[in-house]
Design a protein around this ligand. Sequence first.
Ligand SMILES: [Fe+2]
Length: 191
Amino acid sequence: MTLTQPFVTEVDFASGVFSPRRGVYQRRLSDMIGMVADPEAAARILESEGDRLIYEVHTVELPVEEGQIPHCTTRILPGTIGGECHMTKGHYHARREQGEVYFGLSGRGLLLLQTAEGETSELEMTAGSAAYVPPYWAHRTVNIGAEDFVFFSVWEARAGHDYGTIERDGFRKLVVLRDGEAVVVDNPKYA
Ligand SMILES: [Fe+2]
Protein backbone atom coordinates (compact mmCIF):
# COMPACT_ATOMS: atom_id res chain seq x y z
CA MET A 1 0.00 0.00 0.00
CA THR A 2 1.12 3.54 -0.78
CA LEU A 3 0.57 6.29 1.79
CA THR A 4 -1.21 8.95 -0.27
CA GLN A 5 -0.94 12.53 0.98
CA PRO A 6 -4.26 14.33 1.65
CA PHE A 7 -5.15 17.01 -0.89
CA VAL A 8 -7.94 19.36 -1.90
CA THR A 9 -9.17 20.31 -5.37
CA GLU A 10 -11.20 23.43 -6.20
CA VAL A 11 -13.99 22.53 -8.61
CA ASP A 12 -15.65 25.04 -10.94
CA PHE A 13 -19.31 23.99 -11.02
CA ALA A 14 -20.06 25.56 -14.41
CA SER A 15 -17.15 23.99 -16.30
CA GLY A 16 -16.00 21.09 -14.13
CA VAL A 17 -12.44 22.40 -14.31
CA PHE A 18 -10.15 21.24 -11.49
CA SER A 19 -7.65 23.60 -9.83
CA PRO A 20 -4.93 22.65 -9.65
CA ARG A 21 -5.37 20.98 -13.00
CA ARG A 22 -4.84 17.22 -12.67
CA GLY A 23 -5.70 14.52 -15.22
CA VAL A 24 -7.79 15.78 -18.17
CA TYR A 25 -9.12 13.84 -21.11
CA GLN A 26 -11.55 14.59 -23.90
CA ARG A 27 -13.89 12.51 -26.01
CA ARG A 28 -14.54 13.84 -29.47
CA LEU A 29 -17.02 12.82 -32.15
CA SER A 30 -14.45 10.47 -33.72
CA ASP A 31 -14.20 8.62 -30.36
CA MET A 32 -17.98 8.11 -30.28
CA ILE A 33 -18.57 6.54 -33.73
CA GLY A 34 -18.87 3.05 -32.22
CA MET A 35 -21.26 4.27 -29.50
CA VAL A 36 -23.89 6.34 -31.30
CA ALA A 37 -27.06 4.86 -32.81
CA ASP A 38 -26.41 6.47 -36.21
CA PRO A 39 -22.70 6.21 -37.13
CA GLU A 40 -23.45 7.52 -40.65
CA ALA A 41 -24.81 10.76 -39.17
CA ALA A 42 -21.65 11.02 -37.06
CA ALA A 43 -19.49 10.53 -40.17
CA ARG A 44 -21.43 13.28 -42.00
CA ILE A 45 -20.86 15.73 -39.13
CA LEU A 46 -17.17 14.82 -39.04
CA GLU A 47 -16.96 15.57 -42.75
CA SER A 48 -18.89 18.86 -42.65
CA GLU A 49 -17.86 20.50 -39.36
CA GLY A 50 -14.88 18.51 -38.05
CA ASP A 51 -14.23 16.59 -34.88
CA ARG A 52 -16.45 18.30 -32.31
CA LEU A 53 -15.86 17.94 -28.57
CA ILE A 54 -18.55 15.78 -26.93
CA TYR A 55 -17.31 15.63 -23.33
CA GLU A 56 -14.36 16.44 -21.12
CA VAL A 57 -13.26 14.81 -17.87
CA HIS A 58 -11.14 16.31 -15.09
CA THR A 59 -9.90 13.65 -12.72
CA VAL A 60 -7.52 13.02 -9.84
CA GLU A 61 -4.79 10.45 -10.34
CA LEU A 62 -4.64 7.82 -7.61
CA PRO A 63 -3.11 4.37 -7.34
CA VAL A 64 -5.51 1.58 -8.31
CA GLU A 65 -5.62 -0.21 -4.97
CA GLU A 66 -8.11 -1.13 -2.28
CA GLY A 67 -9.53 1.85 -0.39
CA GLN A 68 -8.55 4.61 -2.85
CA ILE A 69 -11.50 6.78 -3.88
CA PRO A 70 -11.00 8.36 -7.32
CA HIS A 71 -13.25 11.27 -8.27
CA CYS A 72 -13.76 13.36 -11.37
CA THR A 73 -16.02 15.83 -13.10
CA THR A 74 -17.56 15.27 -16.51
CA ARG A 75 -18.79 18.13 -18.71
CA ILE A 76 -21.02 17.04 -21.59
CA LEU A 77 -21.57 19.71 -24.22
CA PRO A 78 -25.10 20.26 -25.55
CA GLY A 79 -25.95 18.94 -29.02
CA THR A 80 -27.14 15.94 -30.99
CA ILE A 81 -25.73 13.38 -33.40
CA GLY A 82 -28.37 12.14 -35.81
CA GLY A 83 -30.99 13.34 -33.31
CA GLU A 84 -29.38 11.49 -30.39
CA CYS A 85 -28.40 13.75 -27.47
CA HIS A 86 -24.69 14.06 -26.64
CA MET A 87 -23.70 11.45 -24.05
CA THR A 88 -20.80 9.61 -22.47
CA LYS A 89 -19.65 6.25 -23.79
CA GLY A 90 -21.15 4.46 -20.81
CA HIS A 91 -19.75 1.41 -19.07
CA TYR A 92 -20.18 -1.42 -16.64
CA HIS A 93 -17.61 -1.59 -13.89
CA ALA A 94 -15.05 -4.28 -14.63
CA ARG A 95 -15.79 -5.41 -11.08
CA ARG A 96 -19.56 -5.51 -11.39
CA GLU A 97 -20.11 -5.47 -7.61
CA GLN A 98 -18.82 -1.87 -7.28
CA GLY A 99 -21.20 1.12 -7.22
CA GLU A 100 -20.68 4.85 -7.75
CA VAL A 101 -22.17 8.23 -6.78
CA TYR A 102 -22.86 11.12 -9.17
CA PHE A 103 -23.56 14.68 -8.04
CA GLY A 104 -25.01 17.25 -10.45
CA LEU A 105 -23.12 20.58 -10.60
CA SER A 106 -24.80 22.43 -13.48
CA GLY A 107 -27.10 21.94 -16.45
CA ARG A 108 -29.63 19.15 -17.06
CA GLY A 109 -28.87 15.52 -17.61
CA LEU A 110 -30.33 12.08 -17.73
CA LEU A 111 -28.57 9.11 -16.17
CA LEU A 112 -29.34 5.93 -18.13
CA LEU A 113 -28.83 2.64 -16.32
CA GLN A 114 -29.31 -0.99 -17.26
CA THR A 115 -28.51 -4.45 -15.98
CA ALA A 116 -27.30 -7.47 -17.93
CA GLU A 117 -30.67 -9.06 -17.11
CA GLY A 118 -32.55 -6.36 -19.03
CA GLU A 119 -33.74 -3.92 -16.37
CA THR A 120 -33.47 -0.25 -17.29
CA SER A 121 -33.74 3.02 -15.36
CA GLU A 122 -33.60 6.71 -16.27
CA LEU A 123 -32.88 9.35 -13.63
CA GLU A 124 -33.07 13.09 -14.22
CA MET A 125 -30.20 15.11 -12.80
CA THR A 126 -29.78 18.83 -12.22
CA ALA A 127 -27.48 20.92 -10.02
CA GLY A 128 -27.75 19.42 -6.54
CA SER A 129 -28.94 15.91 -7.56
CA ALA A 130 -27.06 13.05 -5.92
CA ALA A 131 -27.63 9.93 -8.00
CA TYR A 132 -26.67 6.45 -6.89
CA VAL A 133 -25.37 3.89 -9.38
CA PRO A 134 -25.78 0.57 -7.56
CA PRO A 135 -23.54 -2.43 -8.22
CA TYR A 136 -24.28 -4.38 -11.45
CA TRP A 137 -25.81 -1.42 -13.35
CA ALA A 138 -24.18 -0.10 -16.53
CA HIS A 139 -24.37 3.70 -16.62
CA ARG A 140 -24.28 6.46 -19.20
CA THR A 141 -25.04 10.18 -18.81
CA VAL A 142 -26.77 12.31 -21.41
CA ASN A 143 -27.04 16.09 -21.78
CA ILE A 144 -30.76 16.90 -22.22
CA GLY A 145 -30.43 20.68 -21.88
CA ALA A 146 -29.23 23.63 -23.93
CA GLU A 147 -26.24 24.30 -21.65
CA ASP A 148 -23.30 22.16 -20.57
CA PHE A 149 -24.26 19.35 -18.19
CA VAL A 150 -21.61 18.96 -15.47
CA PHE A 151 -21.50 16.37 -12.71
CA PHE A 152 -19.07 15.00 -10.14
CA SER A 153 -18.41 11.24 -9.76
CA VAL A 154 -16.94 9.21 -6.91
CA TRP A 155 -16.10 5.50 -7.07
CA GLU A 156 -13.80 2.84 -5.65
CA ALA A 157 -10.45 2.56 -7.41
CA ARG A 158 -10.66 -1.13 -8.19
CA ALA A 159 -14.08 -0.87 -9.86
CA GLY A 160 -12.42 -0.47 -13.25
CA HIS A 161 -14.22 0.26 -16.54
CA ASP A 162 -15.71 -2.16 -19.04
CA TYR A 163 -16.53 -0.07 -22.11
CA GLY A 164 -16.33 -3.04 -24.48
CA THR A 165 -19.67 -4.63 -23.55
CA ILE A 166 -21.51 -1.35 -24.29
CA GLU A 167 -19.50 -0.79 -27.48
CA ARG A 168 -20.56 -4.25 -28.67
CA ASP A 169 -24.21 -4.33 -27.54
CA GLY A 170 -25.20 -0.68 -27.12
CA PHE A 171 -27.67 0.61 -24.55
CA ARG A 172 -31.29 -0.60 -24.53
CA LYS A 173 -32.52 2.99 -24.43
CA LEU A 174 -31.60 6.03 -26.48
CA VAL A 175 -32.26 9.67 -25.69
CA VAL A 176 -33.35 11.64 -28.74
CA LEU A 177 -34.48 15.22 -29.24
CA ARG A 178 -38.04 15.56 -30.56
CA ASP A 179 -39.54 19.06 -30.99
CA GLY A 180 -36.87 20.38 -28.64
CA GLU A 181 -37.69 17.84 -25.91
CA ALA A 182 -35.44 14.95 -24.87
CA VAL A 183 -37.33 11.66 -25.16
CA VAL A 184 -36.23 8.16 -24.09
CA VAL A 185 -36.87 5.54 -26.78
CA ASP A 186 -36.00 1.88 -27.33
CA ASN A 187 -32.75 1.30 -29.23
CA PRO A 188 -33.75 -0.65 -32.34
CA LYS A 189 -30.17 -1.89 -32.74
CA TYR A 190 -29.75 -3.22 -29.20
CA ALA A 191 -28.00 -6.61 -29.45
FE1 LIG B 1 -18.68 4.11 -13.41
